[in-house]
Write a protein that binds this ligand. Structure first.
Ligand SMILES: Nc1ncnc2c1ncn2[C@@H]1O[C@H](COP(=O)(O)OP(=O)(O)OP(=O)(O)O)[C@@H](O)[C@H]1O
Length: 600
């Protein structure tokens, strides 16, 4: 929570003004029982109607001013808590954007969503309570006690007996419930995880007839949650009757002993009524304090989860200095397209003059594991790629194909060796510059809510309709787009679930093509296409993209048969490199793949 206190700084004024209003309202609230006692003792006792009306007016005014103060405090609390919540969410979102895939893997999307929503809400609630109640409740307790002692010291001794008893009940209840609240929070997290997995994978679950299994998994998580919540409920349910019992006991005692003192003439009826008012106020304030403890305990746990995200630094650090433009102080995130184009033109000029690089991509003895251990997921990877070549990467599942392309984009860092793009280590690049050279078609096609044209424009913000149509042509997507009633303005919903898998794949290819990247990476991007579309797409890529270096990751040998170079992976290592014909003679793994697919 302390780490998040910096988010309160911009609201310092409201943080002072809000509680001040609440404090003033508490003072007014403490005056009401006192005024009441005067009405009874003077107005009613003497039958002084004028006094009753005047005091009634003062009490009404006090109450109205009190309500205004409470409203002003409430308003400040809303401004601050909503502001702090919004600021934390924005900062988290921005920070998560800097995470490499390693950090995303570490937290998991489900947990990140919970943290940015549920946990921030909890912190937000604590901030609101901080302003509204943290000063008010203890003030009412102490102030009420002081007023009671001013009215009658002897009768106030009842409070000294009742208060410790009341506090003991609250502490015992909290001791039992606070750990349970944490368990409840965790089980809500787990329900969220199961729910998210189920909703996003609903088709797979139905297809594999796993509905019953998933129902049971959800029911178990739900039961775990309800068990914890019920336990909290059962204990909390005891709180109300117990506190009411103590309160009524205190009131009865005040009336009993107060009555005796009134008969003796040492106290007035109004003072007894005022004491009843104060004891009620004090005990209500104590209940509020116990609720505050619960809210703050939850908020501390949530703040720790939020801070963990904000304190995590991406293992992939960006090289801001390396961006090849005149203003080195420029924020790379804000580098605009024309600066970038200028930088690219300089690079290309250098290339044409033979100054810059021989190979567009080079892996030098690369090893890497996702968990950063010595148990490498890929190892001893070395190869060189010439500009304009088509490279096929083939191998069984889990052999490391996607890992290799992830390293070109620097989605992860290597542990051994180096990856060079245009003769420069990817770690020396500014990430914006590096990724600006590359068009990726990921294994899992993801589209975004918006029109088809908007989705393709993701690849290049300022793409004209002509460029979009050309990209769709190459991706073999124009035919189905034009058949849709609204063509390029047709809407894509929920990550693209309203188009078929193959159509989605072609749209993601168009999105990558529209930026005319130097390096195009197709990570198993043809697997949802029929053989004819696959062949047409490869033909179009070859014809239209002469200068583009294309990596095709696939399990289908026919897709990469005509590639300039094929890299065969087996269990994280290179089993062979060469053309289709060369590999058939030299690489047993490749021969086996081809034979299994009945082609050689
Ligand atoms: N995010 C990750 N976290 C941990 N391990 C991973 C991660 N991604 C891949 N791996 C592991 O790294 C190895 C190589 O995976 P990779 O995805 O590169 O294989 P692949 O050849 O592309 O497989 P496929 O054809 O099934 O996509 C596998 O053992 C896999 O379990």
């Amino acid at each position: 929570m302390r780490k998040l206190s910096r988010f309160l700084k911009p609201y310092t004024k409201l943080l002072v003004i809000g509680p001040m209003f609440k404090l003033f309202e508490a003072i007014l609230e403490l005056l009401l029982p006192y005024f009441m006692s005067k009405v009874i003792d003077i107005g009613v006792a003497r039958g002084d109607e004028k006094y009753i009306i005047t005091m009634g007016g003062i009490m009404l005014l006090t109450a109205i001013v009190g309500i205004c103060c409470a409203l002003a405090c409430q308003y400040s609390a809303s401004l601050v808590s909503q502001g702090v919540g919004t600021d934390i969410r924005n900062e988290m979102f921005k920070h998560i954007g800097t995470f490499s895939n390693a950090e995303m893997d570490h937290f998991g999307t489900s947990s990140l969503i919970n943290r940015i929503t549920g946990d921030v809400n909890q912190v937000q609630l604590a901030v609101a309570m901080l302003i509204r109640l943290v000063i008010r409740a203890p003030f009412l307790c102490i102030g009420g006690l002081a007023m009671a002692f001013i009215i009658d010291i002897k009768l106030s001794i009842i409070m000294l007996v009742v208060l410790p008893l009341f506090v003991l009940i609250l502490i015992l209840t909290m001791k039992k419930t606070v750990p349970l609240y944490k368990a409840v929070q965790k089980s809500i997290d787990r329900i969220g995880l199961v729910l998210r997995e189920n909703l996003s994978g609903v088709r797979v679950i139905r297809a594999f007839a796993r509905t019953d299994y998933e129902k049971e998994r959800f029911a178990n998580r739900n039961k775990e949650y309800s068990d914890h919540a019920m336990k909290v409920g059962r204990i909390s349910a005891l709180l109300n009757p117990l506190t009411n019992l103590v309160l009524n006991f205190a009131i009865a005692a005040i009336i009993w002993f107060g009555g005796i003192r009134v008969n003796k003439g040492s106290m007035t009826t109004g003072e007894v009524i005022a004491l009843i008012g104060y004891v009620t106020q004090i005990l209500a304030a104590l209940i509020v304090i116990s609720n505050l403890v619960v809210i703050f305990t939850k908020a501390f746990a949530s703040a720790a989860r939020v801070s963990e995200v904000l304190d995590t630094q991406s293992t992939i650090t960006d090289n801001v200095e390396s961006f090849n433009i005149s203003d080195k102080n420029m924020n790379p995130a804000k580098v605009n397209q024309s600066d970038y184009n200028e930088s690219r033109q300089n690079d290309l000029l250098n290339t044409d003059m033979g100054m810059n690089y021989d190979y567009i991509v080079e892996f030098k003895d690369v090893a890497m594991s996702y968990d950063k251990s010595d148990n490498y997921d890929i190892e001893n990877i070395s190869f060189k790629v010439k500009r304009g070549d088509t490279i096929g990467i083939i191998g069984g599942t889990g052999s490391g194909k996607s890992t290799i392309v992830n390293l070109i984009l620097r989605l992860y860092d290597v542990q051994k060796g180096s990856v060079l793009v245009e003769n420069k280590d990817v770690r020396e690049y500014n990430l914006h510059e590096l990724r600006g050279k590359i068009g990726l078609v990921p294994q899992k096609s993801v589209l975004f809510t918006g029109t088809i044209a908007e989705n393709i424009r993701w690849g290049k913000e300022d793409a004209t309709m002509e460029e979009i149509k050309r990209a769709a042509d190459i991706a073999q997507a124009s035919e189905f787009i034009e058949r849709m009633p609204e063509g390029y303005n047709s809407k894509i919903y929920r990550g693209g679930t309203n188009v078929s898998g193959g159509q989605r794949q072609r749209l993601t290819i168009a999105r990558a093509m529209v930026r005319r990247p130097d390096i195009l990476i197709l990570d198993d991007s043809f697997n949802a296409l029929d053989y004819l579309t696959d062949a047409n797409l490869r033909k179009a890529l070859k014809l239209q993209t002469n200068a583009m270096t294309t990596f095709i990751v696939t399990q289908r040998a026919s897709t990469i048969k005509s590639a300039d170079q094929i890299i065969v992976l087996n269990d994280g290592e290179i089993a062979g490199i060469g053309t289709h014909e060369e590999l058939l003679d030299t690489c047993e793994v490749y021969l086996e793949i081809c034979q299994s697919q009945e082609m050689n």
